[in-house]
Design a binder for this molecule. Structure first.
Ligand SMILES: Nc1ncnc2c1ncn2[C@@H]1O[C@H](COP(=O)(O)OP(=O)(O)OP(=O)(O)O)[C@@H](O)[C@H]1O
Length: 306
């Protein structure tokens, strides 16, 4: 069964087409990175999934059924533009937001106290929202997004404004939510965190989806046949005369007693064959295929379409 699917979504603002026939398919239990340059259409798609705006055309299915208004309670959304009522007390507001998601007051307080403790903000329960730092306010908003334990969570740039320690805390919690079975859509420009936590991605550029799939398969797909051979530096060892005709040396560098050689493999050569040629000459530290980062792939694909 499909978990969440958007099919052929079109959205136009005035005369700008923000989404042009975009389809995405989110597997259950995925952390699904929605990527793309500024203005690509990510937030427009997220707002449609959250039923904040309607598409001009296209269909959305949640567990094989058309998305309906009551599904808002099955989705938690942390928008990039955060908003809490400044004059209200923190705990009071968190309870109010939980009640809007259908949680009883009693249950809301139990769950909130647990989260406030986990995020070390218990002392702020009775303070006014305006007294919170930006990071603390974001923690409160994160908590109110996940509190009703929705099946699908959508985080738009969840790490912006957080210090590195709190980023780690948040990442841990996101992975924990996934472990409990929550599916997560995660929109960000931070490719490092995409590689760290996403299982799948979609890249949207100029209002169209240009790639989608499991992140490992995408990275593997864009890998050229380039390898890094690292060995103990030995002046007697001549890579040119040793590696064999299957390879071409792209670059090499000696640093201290270590030599790194980047090789382009032009015809197939098993790792064992290469290593058996090199081994009599020097100590091998490692030999591995170079897989491009999501950052490299993002830049390559977006530049190709420029
Ligand atoms: N309410 C709106 N009215 C008019 N144009 C809009 C509206 N919302 C978005 N747009 C336009 O639609 C396009 C896509 O915007 P969107 O916010 O979806 O991009 P994004 O991928 O989320 O960008 P960013 O990474 O900068 O947040 C942009 O050109 C934007 O100017």
């Amino acid at each position: 069964m499909s978990f969440f699917k958007a099919l052929n979504i079109v959205k136009t603002y005035a005369n700008h087409k923000a989404l042009d026939d975009v389809s995405i398919n989110i597997p259950e239990g995925a952390i699904y990175g929605l990527l793309g340059p500024n203005g690509a259409g990510k937030t427009s798609l997220i707002r449609i999934i959250n039923q904040i705006t309607a598409p001009d055309s296209g269909e959305i299915f949640f567990r094989n059924e058309h998305l309906k208004p009551s599904d808002v309670n099955r989705i938690g959304y942390l928008p990039e533009e955060r908003g809490l009522y400044k004059k209200m007390k923190v705990g009071e507001q968190a309870v109010y937001l939980a009640r809007l998601k259908g949680i009883s007051k009693h249950e809301a307080i139990i769950r909130l106290k647990m989260w406030f403790e986990k995020f070390e903000i218990e002392a702020w329960w009775d303070k006014k929202v305006e007294e919170l730092s930006k990071g603390m306010a974001q923690k409160v908003q994160f908590i109110t997004t996940v509190l009703h334990e929705p099946e699908l969570l959508i985080f738009d740039e969840p790490f912006s404004g957080f210090d590195p320690i709190n980023v780690e805390l948040l990442k841990r919690e996101i992975l924990e939510l996934r472990k409990k079975g929550t599916t997560i859509i995660f929109s960000t420009h931070n490719m490092g965190s995409v590689e760290e936590i996403c299982s799948h991605i979609a890249l949207i550029n100029k209002s169209r989806k240009i790639i989608e799939g499991p992140i490992n398969q995408i990275r593997e797909k864009y890998a050229s046949n380039t390898y890094q051979l690292s060995c103990r530096y030995n002046p007697e060892f001549s890579p040119e005369q040793t590696i064999g005709s299957e390879f071409e040396i792209v670059s090499q560098r000696v640093e201290g007693d270590r030599q790194d050689i980047i090789l382009q493999q032009n015809t197939y050569c098993p790792a064992n064959t290469l290593l058996s040629r090199v081994l009599p000459q020097t100590d091998i530290i490692s030999y591995q295929k170079i897989i491009p980062s999501m950052n490299d792939i993002f830049i390559k694909l977006v530049k190709e379409q420029a």
